[in-house]
Design a protein around this ligand. Structure first.
Ligand code: DSN
Length: 403
């Protein structure tokens, strides 16, 4: 009936198939996950939790949500999971509420160094309900644990927060936990970006180290768009459940929860472990090749890296993002540590390989992508030549409908 939206979905399908997706927070969910999200489960109201709902007819969604919870716990080795958050932001809001009183103090990474809006940005609810103080990265763009320790002892926060949106290196969660213990405060990790790497065991896990771990399910974890909260502490788990429902949310999205259950099962497979390893390999191959070409990049130990386009090509992040979009490569402008440009321009772009690896991008392809990016931003290659190379790669990969 609605040809207008049908046409637009088809146009977006074409865009996703045609292009190389390098936005580090994106991925392609499997057909099974997408089918669950588009299923009749969207029809059901189920406020409450399995066995404790405010509506009749919840026996089937109770089973689905219980399976999702059990699989999340199996995947991450946690004792309690809340699979209802509609997003990572909702998950963080609920975790804060469970962990401290309103006005409580949080020590988190400053947004410009790779933090997240909900980690205390002035334009987010977080800074209005809680008091945020920030730590910074060192001059090499790495976490300075001694600096976090000093800030924690000086500021005496209720909570230290780790887990970032644009941090290209492994995070030592145990070290931050030791600091939290020394400062007598709680420790929370937002592992949204690296959840898939953690699930696959190719990044150390914050579960069982931090008091609460939040995540999204759609980035490296490759599930439906949504949030997740994990803890081993029963008292905190109860507070988290009340903070999600009824405090922040009403009816859970059981169709998305079914998608999360499928995603957790997929992530428990050996194939997923292999996938996560390849994501890291591809990201490193591209970053290394760009460096060989003389580009200033952060290097990488996970699924993403930052490229300093201002120093490397004389254009800002906004311009680089727009130029790459001309050749069907999607990235996003990103602040780099010590950035002198505002967030609307930035000196860098963020590049990740979670999505393209799902489609079948190989290490050689990742190296070729480094050359395509370099040649186009340098002006060595025309738009037509670059587009032909991009389309030759993407037409050799899996179509997104077939994933
Ligand atoms: N917007 C996400 C990202 O791109 O990293 C974080 O929530």
């Amino acid at each position: 009936m609605d040809k207008e939206i049908e046409k637009l979905i088809s146009k977006e399908t074409d865009r996703q198939n045609r292009g190389i997706e390098l936005i580090a927070s994106e991925n392609y969910a499997s057909k099974e996950v997408r089918d669950a999200c588009g299923s009749i489960l969207t029809n059901k109201y189920a406020e409450g939790y399995p066995g404790r709902r405010y509506y009749g007819g919840c026996e089937v969604v109770d089973e689905i949500e219980s399976i999702a919870i059990a699989r999340a716990n199996e995947l991450f080795g946690s004792k309690f999971a809340n699979v209802q958050p509609h997003s990572g932001s909702q998950a963080n809001a609920a975790a804060y509420r469970a962990l401290m009183p309103e006005g409580g103090k949080v020590l988190s990474l400053v947004l410009n160094d790779g933090g997240h809006l909900t980690h205390g940005s002035p334009v987010s609810f977080s800074s209005h309900l809680y008091t945020f103080v920030h730590y910074h990265l060192d001059t090499n763009g790495r976490l300075d644990y001694e600096n976090i320790r000093r800030a924690a002892l000086e500021e005496k926060p209720n909570l230290i927060l780790a887990g970032y949106s644009a941090y290209p290196y492994e995070i030592d969660f145990k070290k931050i936990k030791e600091i939290a213990d020394e400062a007598g405060c709680l420790f929370m990790v937002d592992m949204a970006h690296i959840a898939g790497l953690v699930a696959a065991g190719v990044h150390n896990s914050p579960v069982g180290v931090a008091d609460v771990v939040t995540s999204t399910t759609h980035k490296t974890l490759r599930g439906p768009r949504g949030g997740l909260i994990l803890t081993n502490n029963e008292e905190l788990a109860k507070k988290i459940n009340s903070a999600i429902f009824p405090y922040y949310q009403g009816g859970p999205l059981e169709h998305v929860i079914a998608g999360k259950a499928i995603c957790f099962k997929e992530a428990l497979s050996d194939d997923f472990k292999e996938y996560a390893l390849k994501v890291k390999e591809n990201t490193k191959a591209c970053a290394d090749e760009l460096e060989k070409l003389g580009v200033k990049s952060s290097g990488t130990e996970n699924h993403l890296f930052l490229m300093n386009v201002l120093d490397s090509f004389g254009i800002n992040g906004k311009e680089a993002q727009a130029k790459l979009e001309e050749i069907d490569i999607t990235t996003n402008k990103n602040m780099i540590p010590g950035d002198t440009l505002p967030p609307s321009k930035t000196s860098g772009i963020r590049i990740g390989f979670a999505a393209s690896t799902t489609r079948g991008c190989s290490k050689d392809n990742a190296i070729e992508i480094a050359h395509i990016i370099y040649d186009y931003l340098k002006g060595n290659s025309s738009k037509e030549e670059s587009l032909a190379k991009v389309h030759s790669l993407t037409s050799s990969w899996k179509k997104i409908e077939e994933i």
